[in-house]
Design a protein around this ligand. Structure first.
Ligand SMILES: Cc1ncc(C[n+]2csc(CCOP(=O)(O)OP(=O)(O)O)c2C)c(N)n1
Length: 286
């Protein structure tokens, strides 16, 4: 499906609203992970808006697709998307990380808010996804997909590779894993800390179908997900090239805002940049 210019513009504006919410939440709570939330916000939004099969009025619909945010520290991105879609009240967003809030720093299973799985301890989401996909196969749910979003630094966890082997062993073509390939993790660039390349051929040799795409191109993302759903008898990996801290100049491509909130000056500057980019989109310059 190719997006019309109008559709693409609206999606982009929505994504910038989401990015503003992410920064507001993290600034207000003075705690959280801006870099890896900003990198994947567009991807999570496209999933919820254009890809996942859900019933708005029936959160526990048995045929629904699952989304597992394995890189759980990007919870602000998930919460802001769920609020944009209408599953979380906007007011609630500013309770991020507050005592007794439903919106903790890492996602907690919550049927009402449509958070399927508790995550945050990296390396677990793909194994859980394998279990969900296997169970959907056993239940003969032919049109149910499980989507798992992984960080690239998260791939340092050994359990990911056990899950990768099992998924291929069980021919889980209803499992679509996505890597937020932003090139950075907590301590520096992924290639410096623990090299991942050649990443695509590693997954191919584990028996996965691999799709590589530019994750900041919304049409390409949608096309990639459609292509993934056509694959048979193999699990699918989408390597989505993204930018850590995307769209806030001083947060881009650095580890410095991995797990640190912006201070007041940084927050004001970041919001100004996002507003400027929104104007550019509205006026057709972006
Ligand atoms: C098991 C485990 N070890 C360590 C951490 C601390 N931690 C949080 S984020 C992170 C780095 C993750 O890097 P990456 O997956 O690339 O995330 P992104 O850059 O997309 O935010 C680490 C080590 C954790 N959450 N879980």
């Amino acid at each position: 499906m190719k997006l019309s210019k109008k559709e693409e513009t609206q999606l982009m504006l929505d994504i910038f609203d989401i990015k503003e919410d992410i920064l507001k939440m993290i600034y207000r709570s003075q705690s959280g992970h801006p870099g890896g939330s900003l990198s994947c916000a567009n991807l999570i939004y496209i999933l919820y808006k254009n890809v996942l099969k859900l019933k708005p009025e029936e959160p526990q619909w048995k045929e629904r697709d699952y989304f597992i945010l394995s890189k759980g520290h990007a919870a602000p991105a998930l919460y802001a998307v769920l609020s944009k879609i209408g599953f979380i009240d906007k007011d609630k967003l500013m309770t991020l990380r507050a005592y007794n809030s439903e919106l903790q720093g890492h996602p907690i299973k919550n049927e009402k808010l449509r958070i399927e799985i508790i995550t945050g301890s990296l390396g677990m989401g793909l194994s859980i996804g394998v279990g969900c996909a296997l169970s959907a196969k056993l239940d003969k749910k032919k049109d149910k997909y499980v989507y798992v979003l992984l960080g690239d630094g998260e791939l340092n966890e050994g359990a990911i590779w056990e899950a990768a082997m099992s998924a291929a062993h069980y021919n889980l073509d209803n499992l679509i894993a996505i890597i937020d390939r932003n090139g950075f993790q907590i301590d520096g660039s992924t290639e410096e800390i623990m090299a991942l390349e050649p990443l695509a051929s590693k997954w191919k040799s584990f028996g996965w179908e691999v799709i590589e795409l530019d994750g900041s191109n919304l049409s390409e993302l949608i096309k990639g997900f459609n292509r993934a759903k056509k694959v048979i008898k193999k699990p699918i990996l989408i390597i989505s090239y993204l930018i850590k801290g995307a769209d806030v100049s001083f947060m881009e491509n650095t580890r410095l805002f991995h797990g640190r909130p912006p201070n007041k000056e940084e927050f004001v500057a970041a919001m100004g940049e996002l507003e400027f980019l929104k104007d550019e989109i509205r006026e057709g310059r972006l």
